[in-house]
Structures are given as structure tokens and as C-alpha cells.
Design a protein around this ligand. Sequence first.
Ligand code: WTA
Length: 647
Amino acid sequence: MSEKTFPVSAEFAAQANINKAQFEEMYARSIDDPEGFWDEQANKYVSWFKPWKKTMDWSFDQEDLHINWFTEAKLNVSYNCIDRHLEKRADQVAIIWEGDSPEDTRKITYRELHEEVSKFANVLKARGVEKGDRVSLYLPMIPEAAIAMLACTRIGAIHSIVFGGFSPEALASRINDSDCRVVITADQSMRGGRRVPLKSNADIALEHCPNVHSCIVVKRGGDPIEWTEDRDVWYHEAVDAASADCEPEQMDSEDPLFILYTSGSTGTPKGVQHTTGGYLVQAAMTHEAVFDYKEGDVYWCTADVGWVTGHTYIVYGPLANGATTVMFEGIPTYPDISRFWEVVDKHNVSIFYTAPTAIRSLMGAGNEPVEKTSRKSLRVLGTVGEPINPEAWEWYYNIVGNGKCPIVDTWWQTETGGHMMTPLPGVNDLKPGSAMQPFFGVNPVLLDDEGNEIEGSPAAGNLAIDRPWPAMIRTVFGDHKRFYETYFSMFKGYYFTGDGARRDEDGHYWITGRVDDVLNVSGHRLGTAEIEAALGLHEKVAEAAVVGYPHDLTGQGIYAYVTLMDGEVGTDELKTELVKLVRAEIGPIAKINLIQWSPGLPKTRSGKIMRRILRKIATNEIDSLGDTSTLADPSVVDDLIEHRENS
Ligand code: WTA
């Protein structure tokens, strides 16, 4: 926590899209008259083929759980992101693609995007993809990823993007869960000068996906690949032969737009399902309001399209607003540690949005790699994905932004679709590490463990939301019951975020991190259950329990307690094997930092592992273990403390 505040400059406030007085008036209206407020926003940000009958229609009750926005309205997302801009900005660059190597740059105008998306939409149709079908994307950060997303939306297909860093096993389970019949991938992806064999990963995955009949392959790396006749198609060959004429499908506001898998407390990752109208309204509105976006800005979000941030803030929000959006294939440290700032200078980026973990790692290399670049085009900075520590915040503000760019610390989730709490750059005197205040229409509440609202400030509790917002998750794909159980069963009548938060004396919010069994490693969500299941695949492992602990660079590190079949202490070689196993099952983002051999785990008499105790041991908070008397065998705790790994 930091006591310092960084006032919004009079100069910035004067030119901002939204100033303090406007914010207060708009926010009050968004809460008191949500229908009137969102009607206006929906008309301002989105072009509709047919208007809606009812703005919002919802219930968070178990029997009747449903969330509808802009009912019976018709629209098309690719039309909103491309076609409607053609009259005014056909020759404006829509996507600046910056490749892994600084020599690789490509600029795509709105006119070109229209042609490419239409052609690829026709390719999908020719492969039998129809409205409502799911299509899986397993792609690098190349323009074809955005083109494929938009092509799906053009014909009403539902994309499910699987991050290119996920393993074949993770890809296969996502393809099968959503019953995708068509997969789009690339031969290789290029990151930091290294190649990742995406197509051969996809080949392995597809051995377990009998329903997939088409695998469309973008040529990126150019290395030889295996080829399955009848199933595999080169992207460029198919697109070359396709017509550039494709009418956008008229979609219902509540038709599904995409599915994105994310980790939760229990079980396998779930397919978060978003729909069309409400999502697009909030994506476009937040992009403009939160980043103070204006015509002429060059906007860069460094996320990957495999995560929700890439969906909403590389593709849909910026393109709906007719912006120029930068898409970066590489990593911040290649060819050297100045890369981010060199790209900023090269393309005159004015709005820059990244993750705290990237800032922390760049901060470690000192100021020189930043200061040798100009960055004079920068106007607004943003962060997302995890809490940012004040030290990293101040470095970002003073060194990267030269003390003149407001930072928007945006709190949101895969499930929320768009920003939920964030400062606005022309409104707030900033507090490093605070997400400050809710966005329009969002009414956050802090609940105690019994579900009572905690009134007043300061206060701390479980963060929940008491009403729907337009870009909200609509269901878990194929499992509406799980949707209820995951988000609405904990506190009746509320959407529960899984996060804890604090409200300070001024009523500003600070996200304190997950209060459930979800880890956040370098801004990536991982479920402890998934990692435990992967560890359990090893023949020598009897049981495993995974917890997070604070980590300077990645925010959280992964600490695994492993019980072997013979109850013995394992070798260092076995540790290496287990680390590799989890990496192979889930992907490189699931990197276990520490393994402790644990002859026994602390369990209740009914056999439930008490993670609270394991967390305390991992973080070396031995003094505050709490009550251990309810354990079946309290003595296991002493053994765990004695042999804890140094985190
Ligand atoms: C965390 C990413 C603190 C939080 C958009 C949330 C944050 C989870 C912030 C969602 C922030 C995201 N400050 N914590 N500004 N933004 N988080 O689904 O724990 O990948 O629940 O969505 O990241 O992660 P997800």
C-alpha cells in the first residue's frame, strides 16, 4: 500500500474524454437508471441492424439464472469492427503488426481487413462452418489471429481461442469440451527468436479429437511439418481461392460470440461464454473511456489474443472504435531489453497497456534501456492481470511515462468481459496499486463470509457485484449448473468474483488477490486442482496439494506438497520429472517453483485437505497457522514446518 497520490494534471483533465464532474454525473445515472444509461451507450458505440425490445432482463436466482441485454436486437461484430468504418477510414491502418524480429512489420488498413476477413469467412463456410458452430484457434500473435476471430463473427461462428503456450493435452480437452470441428493453427510460432511447433502440437491433440475434420494452417515459420491429407489445408491457398464477398450474418444480441476457457477453483477449466451485443457495447465503451482513446491515437496492448485481454483490448474494443491497434508477436526482451520502448517509438504509440509482471521484470534491468528511447508519443499507460506493487507502479509512472502519463490499473476478469474497476485518466488523483473505483454500471460490494454486505469505509471483504453488466459471462459452455455453482451459489443474489478487496477511507478499492484456489502466476490464471491432477498422473505420486506464495517477479509462485506412494522422500531427479510432467500436461506457464516431499498432508477428520495451513507454511507464516486441533493427525504439521522449502 502506498500513501502517495499522483494528481491528474490540469492539462490532461482539460482534454480528457471524461472529467471528474462528468464521471460523477454519469456514474450516478448508470446506477440509478441503468436502462436509460445503457440505451444511450449502446446507440453511441454500436451500429444495430434492429433495435432491442428490452435493455436488460435478468435473474441471479438458481432456478431462473439468466442474463440478457438488448433483447431481440440484431447486429454483427465484424460489421461493427470493419464495414461501418469503410466510409470514413478505409485507408487508415487498422492493425499494425510488429513481428518477433524488428524487421517484420505489416500494416493492414480497414479496407484490407475487410477483404481478408470476408475471404476467410468464405473459407470457413466452404469447410462447412455454420452459424453457432464452434471453431478452435491455436495461433501465434499474427494478423491471421484477428482475421480468423473476425471471420468467425462475420458468419456467426463461435471462436474458442486456446493460448499458443498450452500443451497438446490442454488443446485437445478444450477442443472436445466445446465440440469444435475446425481448428486453425500455424506451422510454427516465433517468440524471442525461438520456434514453437504449433502444428505438431495440434497434430498430437487432434489424435484425441475424432470430430475435427479440418485443420487450417497458416504458414509462419516455414519449417517442414507433417501433413494429413483431407484434413489439413494451407490458409494462404484457401484464402487465395476465396471470394471477397461475404455478407455479415444478422446475429441476435444474445447469440454467443466466443468461448474462452479459464481456470477456476475446482475441476477442469471451464468455457466462459460471452454473447454479442452487450459484450461489444462494453468493449467499445471501456476502450474509449478508460484509455481516453481519441482519433489519431496509436494504441498498443501487449497481451496475447489467447487471453481475454487480447480479445477485448487488442481486437474488439479498439476495432469497434475505428482505432489503430498494435499487435506484437514477440517478447519484451528480444532482441534486447529495450524492445517495448523501441516499438513505442517506431510506431508512435500513444496508449500502452501491459501487465505488472512485465513491468517488474523490465524494472530489474534498470533505467538505461528505457531512458535511451524517446517515448515522447506516450500519453496514457495501463496495467492489467494482477495487483501492481507501488514500487513497480512508480517506476512505470516516472521512468516509462516520464511522470506525465496517467496509469489506469484495470481490474477485471475473463468472466467480466471488460473493465470493471479502474481509475479514469482524466478523473482520478492516482494511488499506486489501487483500482480506485467501479466503472459505469458496476456496483461492487464487500461481503463478509456469511454474505452480509459490509457498509462504510474503510472495510475489507469478499468482492461481489450485485447486478449484471453488459459484457458479463452468460453461462459456462454446456454446463449452466456449473455456472450457477461457480459464481452465484457462494453468496445468494450476487456474482462472486473470487477476489478479495479493501475499501480505503476515501472509498477507493484495492484488490487484494484471489480468495479461492486460483493462482495468478505472471498474470496467468491457474487452478490448483489442474496442477494437482497433472502431478497425480505420475506413478510414484500418491497425492499432491498445490498452493501459491508471494513471488517478487511473477506475483505468485507455485508451491507443491507431494506425497509419494511409499511415503518416502523423493530425489531431485524426481522433482525435475514432476516439474516437466506438469509443464507437458498444461504448458510452460504452469512452472512449479518448489516441491516439498510430504509424508502426510494436513486433513480434517472427513479427509479434506486444509489448504489454509499449507498456504501459511509455504509463505512462512508459521506463527499464524490458526487452529490445528481439528486435524485428523496434527503431528503432520510439525513435519511439514520442519522440512519446508525456502520460498
Ligand atoms: C486478477 C484478466 C489486481 C484478479 C483480465 C482477477 C487483478 C484475475 C487485476 C482475473 C488488477 C486482474 N489488480 N488483480 N488490475 N486485473 N486481476 O480472468 O485476481 O485472466 O480475478 O482476467 O486476475 O484473471 P483473468
